[in-house]
Design a protein around this ligand. Structure first.
Ligand code: PMP
Length: 381
């Protein structure tokens, strides 16, 4: 895979070399179980606690507020089910608020709970892919138990006003807990759980230069949450199961260096994004879906083409990219997120998602624009 042009960083990012280096000893000589009380186990325990501190540092949390999971899908399920299932089990009918922009690990979890009696309100974004904090706050009721809004949308790259929502919730003295799916946020925006005042926040290591299959849920101290699994009560009882040690160590190293990488990385990404949009405008082959989108995720519309076919042609030319999102890949139905912003299906089908990472180069942008031009010629005979 060394020669490919990789512009699918929102699907996953390459593991950074220093992350891999840090992980390897925990797949070799440091193999002990961190729950073992002998010195070999305790050395691994210390390394996990160091990683917990690194992840906590990225989001301004206390280390004890970070629970490692198998990824953000699990973190989102733990947050939503952990709050609402005990209420449903007691025969209550709690109310929850979410948006039509959410990732399936949030949207489908809420839908499953709605079948069990959850009263769910789904707020739509505007045509620019942003939900209004006022609209979210307006549907919160005295019996609202949970509000869940993502921070950066994985298909559109739009930033949601999560801090305004928490501020409004606190000001209204609502008892509702607030959950943020922040998976796509760490390289795009700064996260500070103290400042934002959120109760729960999900992260995934593979969206910030760490390995796949490991994530975390921030659980504000004192927040009541029912664990999903019964077992050995690892992770302060919130997540039983022997820890994915190497994954957690990699997550820690990736999170620990991200703030300093973001300083130059964001400048570089913005420059490449500007270059990409200028070149697309100059050739007239595609245009961005939004004018004001500040992140590394750039949806572009290629009128008169099928994005899936372009993805195939670009792949053959060595350019890796997604149409919509890669997360629910396989059969590509019309994206609910594109529908939520009111994009007609025919237009939604011609949207490609370019997502940049810090390893990308100017040459990647040039190669993509050239390959896209060639692919369009083949796609539009
Ligand atoms: N939420 C968002 C916004 C995502 O983009 C993703 C991954 N595509 C997830 C949740 C799920 O994360 P994971 O792959 O770690 O399960």
């Amino acid at each position: 895979m060394s020669d490919i042009v990789y512009l699918d960083n929102a699907a996953t990012m390459p593991v950074r070399p220093e992350v891999l280096e840090a992980m390897l000893p925990y797949l070799k000589e440091n193999f002990a179980n961190p729950s073992s009380i002998h010195p070999a186990g305790q050395e691994v325990r210390l390394a996990i606690e160091r990683a917990r501190g690194q992840v906590a540092g990225l989001i301004g949390a206390e280390p004890a507020e970070v629970v490692f999971t198998s990824g953000a899908t699990e973190a989102n399920n733990l947050a939503i089910r952990g709050v609402l299932e005990p209420m449903l089990d007691r025969g209550e009918k709690p109310h929850a608020v979410t948006t039509s922009l959410e990732h399936p690990s949030v949207a489908e979890t809420f839908k499953a709970l709605a079948k069990r009696g959850l009263d769910l309100t789904v707020v739509d974004p505007d045509k620019n892919g942003v939900v209004s904090a006022q609209e979210v706050l307006a549907v919160v009721r005295p019996d609202t138990a949970l509000v869940s809004v993502m921070m950066v949308n994985n298909e559109l790259g739009t930033i949601q006003p999560v801090e305004d929502i928490t501020r409004g919730l606190r000001a209204s003295k609502s008892k509702a807990l607030f959950h943020i799916d922040a998976v796509q946020a760490p390289i795009a925006v700064d996260i500070d759980v103290k400042k934002s005042g959120t109760d729960l926040l999900s992260l995934s290591a593979h969206k910030l230069g760490g390995p796949k299959g490991v994530g975390a849920l921030f659980i504000r101290k004192g927040t009541k949450l029912e664990p999903s699994f019964s077992g050995g009560k690892q992770e302060t009882g919130f997540r039983s199961g022997t820890e994915n040690v190497a994954g957690i160590i990699g997550f820690g190293v990736a999170a620990g260096s991200l703030k300093s990488l973001n300083v130059s990385g964001r400048t570089k990404t913005s420059a490449f994004k500007k270059m990409l949009l200028e070149r697309l405008a100059a050739t007239g082959i595609a245009k961005p879906l939004f004018e004001n989108n500040a992140t590394h995720i750039i949806p572009i519309e290629v009128p008169g083409t099928e994005a899936d076919f372009l993805v195939l042609l670009l792949g053959r030319a060595g350019v890796m990219i997604s149409a919509g999102s890669a997360c629910s890949s396989g059969s590509r139905e019309a994206s609910p997120v594109h529908a939520a912003i009111g994009l007609p299906e025919a237009r939604a089908k011609s949207v490609l998602r370019v997502s940049l990472g810090y390893q990308n180069t100017e040459q990647d942008i040039a190669a993509f624009v050239e390959a896209l031009g060639a692919a369009i010629k083949k796609a539009r005979p």
